[in-house]
Design a protein around this ligand. Structure first.
Ligand code: ZN
Length: 239
């Protein structure tokens, strides 16, 4: 389906490649350049010997650090295609307040199948209720991230009970039933990388990361009792 880009978290090829250099254009700021490249602004500034308030000028050449190579396994890398679709989406300032984690509650599935289900059975005209789906090897590849139409077009989600919450919450669904099994290691790595990228893109902190159960106005078990929330939050709190 055209609306979906799928990519698996591969081994970073950039680790062996030379560090990228970016030439500053009009209207660029350190923050916008950092966001564009998925690099924390403090890391970008430090690599170039700048302080955060420093004015940059058109034509200035900045080294773009490879954060994945720097932080080793501490911070899994997001596939380039997914990072690009996060960067490219027209995110308005203050648009999103929460990043909400769900499970599909079934042990196999794809973003396409969920899209069809939400369109045909749930009568959602925008289809796939989540902004992102992460596969578990049954239907989608293990750890594969599908980017939904609602993210690309910055539409409200359809993943929470309350329309007001759907208006301010990005929805990520992991395929699997985590009342019965745990998410795979690849799924958790992809989830962490995806959340980190979204936190940067939307200027959110770890406190914005919630489970469906924590935020929904109606009681739900989603994303299941085996979802390792505490571990995930601990990892996200590390730089
Ligand atoms: Zn849910």
């Amino acid at each position: 389906m055209a609306m979906l880009v799928a990519a698996v978290p591969g081994l970073p090829t950039a680790a062996a490649a030379a560090e990228a250099v970016y030439t500053v254009k009009a209207k660029d700021t350190l923050t916008s350049i950092a966001r564009q490249h998925g690099v924390p602004v403090a890391v970008l500034a430090k690599r170039n010997g700048l302080n955060l308030k420093e004015v940059i000028y058109v034509g200035q050449r900045l080294k773009i650090p490879d954060t994945a190579a720097q932080s080793s396994q501490a911070s899994p890398r997001l596939p380039t295609a997914v990072q690009q679709s996060i960067t490219a989406a027209p995110v308005k300032p203050g648009r999103w307040k929460y990043i909400v984690i769900h499970h599909a509650a079934v042990d196999r599935g794809t973003a396409q199948a969920l899209d069809r289900y939400h369109r045909e059975q749930r009568h959602m005209e925008n289809g796939l209720a989540y902004h992102f789906v992460i596969g578990n090897g049954n239907g989608m590849r293990d750890g594969e991230i599908a980017v939904g139409n609602r993210w690309r077009r910055q539409l409200d989600g359809g993943h929470l009970h309350s329309p007001a919450q759907n208006h301010e919450a990005i929805g990520i669904c992991l395929i699997g039933n985590f009342d019965q099994t745990s998410p795979t290691k690849s799924q958790m790595q992809s989830l962490e990388a995806l959340i980190r990228a979204l936190m940067r893109r939307c200027h959110l902190s770890v406190t914005a990361v919630k489970t469906h159960q924590q935020i929904n106005v109606v009681s739900t078990r989603c994303p299941g009792r085996h979802f390792p929330l505490r571990e995930l939050l601990a990892r996200l709190k590390k730089p």
